[in-house]
Design a protein around this ligand. Structure first.
Ligand SMILES: Cc1ncc(COP(=O)(O)O)c(C=O)c1O
Length: 464
């Protein structure tokens, strides 16, 4: 999204002058904010854009993202072979739809859907779309139930924690549902069942539970929240569904902690989302949404269209969608199987624990999460320094590492933390290199901030 309009009047200044440029294919000025009036050679266009994109960070050193940055060459090949297929054209490309259906089955089984449930699911662009669609279905079900009971439809609410991803707030605002945000605490970065209990009532369309919070990678207590809601159902007749946001954990927990019940083994868990493009090990954008039973997906929300050759239902926010990532997910599942995913997950967990141990040994930091459930390590600064983690983050960027520093949500906002998402390519060797760079960046900041007396740390950093 572009928030600032570029003044076309300034075009002359904003033009890139290519005269004297080392790119031998270009000899024209190229406007950047207006359609160029004439064509250029493909090679020139390629080189122009390729060179500019060198300014982007190196995805291999991006420890900020959960999203996959590497796939096997065979997967890349399948992706290229299917790039030009619009997934929604089921009549034209029926086999991709068959593959999507197989993956929905595979995911529902992976999430332990009971034998007697007729699950249903869909691919999406990512977890955000999956969350919106899941919650929309719960809103609809709540509305239908209230209509039947002759009760007011005015004030639906959704209960989720201050530890959720922004997509939950987006859902509440875009779909006109009151967000009841259960607070985290100064020294507890997930929610509690007791606090959820205080917020639910007859107008609650669903409770959101996150497995692998974006901020610290921790888990909300899904079992306790399920038990509390079961008790509420028994005592007050309120049947409130849980939607589990397993954007990150959905491809970790089934392999790393298969006996930990977080999924459809819990009675109130009615829908689950995960991101194929996170630990599903596929490039962006791919998400999955699974409903425990097709009854959860109201008929009203399915649209039937026949203009692509056959009558077919759609339940997505977007109509067109690429086929490649669905195919790539299928490649990973076929290629790796349970053993392969398990082995990769265990390696990532091992590297994350190794990283947490090494960071702790530096004695500059307090570890907040040492990859308890998913391969994410978070830490805060231990002592008082005249610089902060934002400065450290900038320093590390000079070596190419992209590691975010940020403050925690409301109630814990005074705590600034750093988060490292360990992905497949962040090997133990890379951990050693990274930790050594953290140590030297930290020492440089200490020396610099001593040298520059009388200036605030941030000014000091800017001139150093
Ligand atoms: C817990 C959680 N939920 C939802 C999302 C949104 O996922 P996506 O980027 O796949 O839309 C994220 C993204 O990082 C996340 O961490």
């Amino acid at each position: 999204m572009v928030s600032k309009k570029i003044k076309i009047g300034n075009l002359a200044e904003s033009r890139r002058k290519f005269a004297g440029n080392t790119n031998r294919f270009l000899d024209n000025d190229v406007p950047k904010y207006r359609f160029p009036s004439s064509m250029m050679e493909p090679r020139s266009a390629y080189q122009l854009i390729h060179d500019e994109l060198n300014l982007d960070g190196n995805p291999g050193l991006n420890l900020a993202t959960f999203v996959t940055t590497w796939m096997e060459p065979e997967a890349d090949k399948l992706i290229m072979e299917n790039l030009h297929k619009n997934f929604i054209d089921h009549f034209e490309y029926p086999q991709v739809e068959v593959i999507e259906e197989r993956i929905v089955n595979i995911m529902a089984n992976l999430y332990n859907v009971p034998e007697n449930e007729d699950f249903v699911g869909t691919s999406t662009i990512g977890s955000s779309e999956a969350i919106m669609l899941g919650l929309l279905a719960h809103k609809w079900n709540w509305k239908e139930k209230r209509k039947k009971e002759g009760k007011s439809l005015d004030r639906p609410n959704i209960v989720f924690g201050g530890d959720t991803h922004v997509s939950w707030d987006k859902f509440a605002r875009y779909f006109d549902v009151e967000p009841r945000v259960v607070p985290i605490a100064k020294d507890r970065y997930t929610i509690t069942a007791d606090d959820v209990r205080k917020n639910v009532d007859e107008n609650t369309i669903a409770v959101g539970v996150v497995l692998g919070t974006t901020f610290t990678g921790e888990f909300d207590p899904v079992g306790e929240i399920n038990d509390m809601l079961l008790e509420l159902k028994k005592e007050e007749g309120l049947d409130i569904p849980i939607h589990v946001d397993a954007a990150s954990a959905g491809f970790i927990t089934p392999f790393h902690e298969p006996d930990f019940p977080w999924d459809f083994r819990l009675e109130q868990v009615k829908s689950i989302n995960t991101s194929g493009h996170k630990y599903g090990l596929v490039y962006p954008g791919l998400g999955w949404l699974i409903f425990r039973n097709e009854k959860m997906l109201p008929e009203d929300l399915k649209f039937y269209v026949n203009y692509l050759g056959d009558e077919m239902p759609t339940y997505t926010l977007n109509f067109s969608e690429g086929s490649s990532m669905i195919v790539a997910q299928y490649y990973n599942i076929m290629r790796l199987g349970m053993d392969g995913y398990r082995s990769i997950v265990e390696k990532m967990m091992g590297n994350a624990h190794y990283l947490a141990g090494k960071i702790e040994k530096l004695a500059y930091f307090d570890i907040l999460n040492d990859a308890r459930h998913i391969p994410v390590v978070t830490f805060k600064m231990h002592g008082n320094e005249s610089f902060d983690l934002f400065d450290l983050s900038y320093r590390l960027r000079e070596r190419g590492w992209i590691v975010p520093a940020y403050s925690l949500p409301k109630n814990a906002e005074e705590t600034t933390i750093m988060r490292v998402v360990v992905r497949e390519n962040f090997t133990a060797d890379m951990v050693d290199l990274f930790v050594s760079d953290v140590e030297s960046a930290f020492k440089t900041l200490q020396v610099n901030s001593k040298k520059i007396s009388g200036m605030s740390p941030r000014q000091g950093h800017a001139v150093s």
